[in-house]
Design a binder for this molecule. Structure first.
Ligand SMILES: [Zn+2]
Length: 276
């Protein structure tokens, strides 16, 4: 699943490419979107802004219309010059927005909806989002208070609960716990305020580190190159994620992994550095 940093970067790239541009053509394979386009055409509207909200991306068009997409596992946004060959087959296209300088194409996005400002405000999934860990006004104290209202949640589950804190995915969940030396199977209620603060500090630091390297001009808006160790060797870029059985980079103990939570997302940790 793309993490919040990926969505954030995709939104920023799309905003740079399309922001302020007039839509010259709109194409979609999704009947509900086509219906909206038929009733209230997208062509001729201006792309006012593109922003990330947790794992959701919102594209604002003039005339109170907002395209909301969620990438889930498979979706991605690409940006092309007009006439440039797409890197995915046309059959995977769900939405294509043409402007004079650029074409933005969403491939295999499983969720794509049009909203107005008022329907978006009522949109449950979006509304339920907690503070975005990448937001400029991110307030750790408020999130700590939210987390402490759910003392029985395991830390590894809490960090993925988007209504508590939005943006973290499965890779950073394990990495943030390791960096904070917190066992991901501890419950939130057993953590000190300092430990909770350390989790949020690392969450923000890792996410920010993964959005500052410029996406550059061009296509793919996602990347598999997340990095938390600060090491330049590509094989050493993560502390524990997908390193089951390999030695801990700090103490040498073999890394463990186990499925966690109702969604059974795999969690990785060092039993020595992150004691229960
Ligand atoms: Zn260790």
């Amino acid at each position: 699943m793309p993490e919040g940093d990926t969505i954030f970067r995709a939104a920023r790239t799309l905003n740079r490419a399309l922001g302020g541009q007039v839509v010259t053509k709109f194409d979609t394979q999704l009947p509900k979107l086509a219906r909206v386009d038929y009733d209230t055409p997208i062509t001729g509207r201006t792309v006012e802004n593109v922003e990330a909200a947790g794992k959701w991306m919102r594209m604002y068009f003039s005339g109170d219309l907002i395209l909301v997409t969620h990438m889930l596992m498979s979706g991605s946004w690409h940006i092309y010059r007009p006439g440039e060959r797409w890197q995915r087959p046309r059959i995977q296209m769900r939405v294509a927005i043409y402007t004079e300088p650029f074409v933005a194409v969403a491939f295999q996005v499983p969720i794509a909806e049009f909203h107005t400002a008022s329907t978006l405000a009522r949109h449950a999934s979006v509304q339920r989002l907690g503070p975005d860990v990448l937001a400029d006004d991110f307030d750790p104290a408020a999130v700590i208070a939210q987390l402490r209202s759910r003392p029985d949640l395991e830390v590894g589950v809490a960090l993925l609960t988007q209504s508590l804190v939005a943006g973290l995915g499965n890779v950073f969940k394990s990495e943030v716990c390791f960096a904070s030396r917190v066992n991901p199977f501890r419950t939130v209620g057993t953590l000190s305020v300092e430990e909770l603060a350390a989790l949020l500090r690392h969450a923000r630091k890792f996410m920010q580190a993964n959005v500052t390297d410029s996406a550059g001009e061009g296509i793919v808006t996602y990347t598999g190159m997340r990095r938390t160790t600060g090491r330049s060797d590509p094989s050493e870029r993560l502390w524990v994620y997908k390193r089951r059985g390999e030695p801990c980079r700090v103490c040498g103990t073999a890394i463990l992994s186990r499925k966690q939570g109702l969604d059974a997302r795999t969690t990785f940790w060092c039993p020595e550095c992150q004691r229960l």
